[in-house]
Design a protein around this ligand. Sequence first.
Ligand SMILES: C[S@@+](CC[C@H](N)C(=O)[O-])C[C@H]1O[C@@H](n2cnc3c(N)ncnc32)[C@H](O)[C@@H]1O
Length: 306
Amino acid sequence: MRERLQILLDIGKKVPNEDLTNDYGSYTAMKLISVNYYSAVFSGVARHPNRKLEGFDGAVYIDLFAGAGLVKLSDTGDYVGGSTLCALSNSKGFDFCVAIEKSKERASVLEKRLSIISPDGQFRVINDDCNECIDQAISIIKEKYQKPIVLAFVDPEGMEIRWNTLKKLSDAFFSCDFMINVSSSGSLRVAGKLKKGMDEVKETFSDYWGEDAEVVLSEFAEGKTPETKYGEKIGTLGRRVGDIIPIRDNGNNIVYYLLGYTRMTAGGSQYASAFKTLNDRFRNMDRTAVTNILNHINARGTGPLF
Ligand SMILES: C[S@@+](CC[C@H](N)C(=O)[O-])C[C@H]1O[C@@H](n2cnc3c(N)ncnc32)[C@H](O)[C@@H]1O
């Protein structure tokens, strides 16, 4: 963890921090470690010379909720690379990246930061709602590559991702892995509102699940958890190999789950074991543990490491 956190801090130092950042608790570092670690495994396979022989012509990263490129960890004040920077800074790199961010200010700062990380300009920032511009993003990738291998990172704060958007990506690219942040408590909260008859959230719920709210609600009532249900849905897209990684706030309080799923193709077993490695490493990690390690790295340490 210490080594991995140091990597995030080093990525953060590559770009100026005076501009806008996305600010979250220290547990966010586990999400960013996952993006950096998994994308390195992914790029190692996707950019291996054998892929060219198989007809693949590019490794592409697409970030649907890209943020400002830099994250400030509110517990310690440390700056770490945001998801797009963590993915592109992996040791194997990508051929191209599309980063989508709805906020104008964040998209503009992200663009500046990415041009430092990726001076060859092999990226495109789209300032829009990812659900509205997904066709444009797909066209940009298709114009450059005929048979790319794609990694999609989907990191909403709530239920902003529509199921149909993921389906479009999946249909467009046979080789497309997904890493998705699923807020189980968010889904259950909205489900609770629906049960109370607050129909104004019905559309958000149905857009997110891609199904009638009633069907999903009845499965929840039977005891199915949102993260399991979402994993099953990704399975219907043909990505059956993966894992559900809980990201813990303090103790056993889970903030969200990271779902990593791949189609079992070239490198499939390496991809799958990367998800398992992350899950194992985070088993005893929570917000306090990450905060303590960051304090030790930056010589602010007073408390015990664990
Ligand atoms: C959880 S943050 C993402 C953080 C980023 N992935 C990172 O790790 O640095 C969610 C981001 O998505 C943006 N956003 C919210 N709704 C969006 C949408 N529909 N399409 C694209 N971006 C959106 C927000 O402005 C915010 O910056």
